[in-house]
Design a protein around this ligand. Structure first.
Ligand code: ROI
Length: 161
């Protein structure tokens, strides 16, 4: 039997009924092959990071145990984004669904397609606070304890809904 890897996925949407997009995506992640759903955070609303001339985002984080390899998991996440008719008009612009592989066990990955831990997660309140809600004991590879990152990351406009 292949070992199960504990992984965390960040969800974000700011187009086409974002609450519905994120809720549907949580259910879809819960039925991924070779994977078991562990838990999902609450949904959070936040002002956009990056260009400000776009709607507020809805964000959440999901924890899964998976036997998928990182690239198999990435393929599944990208297939789900496509299923949500992902549109992405510009870099850091609005999108119907964004699924980011944040953490894959304690692995560090730097390939053309994938950077794990996710490159910006340590500075984004819409990732760190939902992550902390579901798991307080996480160590981020090559970085600090999640709890000490949070101390340096202001909540900003992030609101649990
Ligand atoms: N801002 C917020 N608040 N939430 C996101 O999920 C998000 N995703 C992005 C950019 C455009 C960087 N800003 C975001 O990709």
């Amino acid at each position: 039997m292949t070992a199960k890897i504990r992984c965390f996925i960040g969800l974000g949407s700011n187009l086409d009924d974002p609450v519905n997009q994120v809720t549907r995506a949580i259910n879809e992640l819960a039925s991924l092959e070779k994977s078991q759903f562990v838990q999902a955070s609450s949904l959070y609303a936040s002002a956009p990071v990056g260009p400000q001339d776009q709607p507020d985002f809805i964000n959440a984080v999901v924890e899964l145990n998976t036997e998928l390899t990182p690239l198999e998991l990435l393929d599944e996440l990208q297939a789900l984004e496509q299923k949500h008719q992902r549109v992405r008009e510009r870099h850091w612009g609005p999108r119907t669904l964004d699924l980011d592989l944040l953490l894959y066990g304690d692995k560090q990955i730097n390939s053309d397609r994938l950077t794990v831990p996710h490159a910006f997660m340590h500075e984004r309140s819409f990732v760190l606070y939902p992550l902390f809600e579901i798991s307080q004991d996480i160590e981020i590879p090559q970085d600090k304890l999640l709890s000490s990152l949070l101390v340096e990351c202001p909540l900003g406009s992030l609101t649990k809904i």
